[in-house]
Design a protein around this ligand. Structure first.
Ligand code: ATP
Ligand code: MG
Ligand code: MG
Length: 341
């Protein structure tokens, strides 16, 4: 493999591209909108997923295709896959694109999720609330991220999301953690240490390692992630978000790609999640996933960018900026990894 195709020109595509170039590989990024962070790639194509000629030219210029964003239309994937392999595979994408398919799959392989009900339309909402109870969270089946497309249902009247949804019982968790796991083409698996995640307004604020939970719990979390990766015959890096509750671990969702909660690996590991993903999809041996430092990752969201001059002067801090231009509230502009031990 010499050239890797990446669907998506956001910050994850950018950091994948940087990791690939360190390994002597080239990246061609295909971005359907504006590519806010894709400028570091060897080649950048900005065209809609409906542009069949652009898609075909993209696929023919690369050896393997991967993605930084799971919501790629099926028609585009069908065309791309007729030309080059897509890693992680289509099943991993299909399962993680749709919260109903995702939760059903997780339960089928014996993993616990929040109780859930299918809510195809607004008229099904009352029956779903009767089945799941309150409080609960209504989430669109597709396209949601950073808490978008979600409605919390408390005691009052329930709002509708506007699209086919699932209703999830509210999980009273004491902590949120995630496992970033890699699986190679040969089935070899390497997991990074689980991180403790703190969200604000539905957006990830910080990830801290070590996560502070007992080793039995972190081992269970890694085993859960490995079970998912094996069941999907997965190739690449995957993020698995979990809730820690008194009853044990509950899987929230899976992301078939590098994950924001894995950014700490850039400062904590010899081989970070981006290089690990490139290695896996390029068919190279996986790297060492061991953690060599304690790290606190903090996202720089919107006006947090004003803190960059100070952060650049802080000794134990690694600053990552995505080159996205103007900050907007809720927009991820960069992150910092603070080495804490
Ligand atoms: P991401 O940006 O991680 O893809 P998302 O939009 O897909 O986010 P979720 O991960 O489903 O959203 O939910 C966002 C956050 O909302 C969770 O990290 C958690 O803090 C909270 N949350 C989601 N589902 C539940 C639940 N069933 N019970 C309690 N809290 C929840
Ligand atoms: Mg999500
Ligand atoms: Mg999430």
């Amino acid at each position: 493999v010499q050239t890797i195709g990446i669907l998506g020109g956001g910050q994850l595509g950018r950091m994948l591209s940087v990791a690939a170039s360190r390994l002597g590989l080239r990246c061609h990024i295909f971005e359907p909108g504006a590519a806010p962070a894709g400028d570091v790639a060897w080649r950048l194509t900005t065209a809609p997923y409906e542009d069949v000629d652009a898609l075909r030219a993209f696929a023919e210029s690369v050896d393997v295709i991967t993605y930084e964003f799971e919501n790629v239309p099926t028609s585009a994937l069908d065309l791309l896959e007729s030309i080059r392999p897509i890693r992680p595979n289509r099943r991993a994408l299909a399962v993680s694109q749709d919260r109903l398919a995702e939760k059903t799959f997780l339960n089928d392989i014996g993993l616990a999720t929040a109780p859930f009900a299918d809510v195809p339309s607004e008229s099904d909402l009352d029956a779903a609330i009767a089945a799941i109870g309150r409080p609960s969270i209504l989430k669109t089946r597709r396209m949601g991220y950073d808490g978008k497309g979600q409605v919390r249902i408390g005691d009052g009247p329930a709002e509708w999301t506007g699209a086919p949804s699932v209703l999830e019982g509210f999980v009273d968790f004491s902590a949120e953690i995630s496992v970033i796991i890699a699986r190679g083409a040969d089935g070899q698996v390497a997991a990074f240490d689980p991180g403790l995640n703190v969200h604000r307004d539905g957006i990830l604020r910080t990830t801290t390692v070590p996560c502070g939970l007992p080793s039995k719990t972190t081992t269970d979390a890694v085993l859960i992630a490995a079970r998912i990766a094996n069941a999907l015959d997965y190739i690449g890096v995957m993020g698995v978000e979990l809730f820690f509750t008194p009853q044990g671990l509950i899987v929230n969702e899976i992301a078939p790609r590098v994950h924001n909660s894995g950014h700490w690996t850039q400062a904590g590991c010899a081989v970070d999640q981006f290089e690990q993903h490139i290695r896996a999809v390029a068919g190279l041996p996986l790297g060492d996933g061991k953690r060599y430092a304690a790290v606190a990752m903090e996202n720089l969201i919107g006006d947090d960018l004003d803190r960059v001059p100070d952060l650049l002067r802080t000794p134990n801090v690694q600053v990552h900026l995505y080159g996205k231009g103007t900050p907007r509230p809720g927009r991820k502009m960069g992150h910092v990894n603070r080495i804490t031990g």
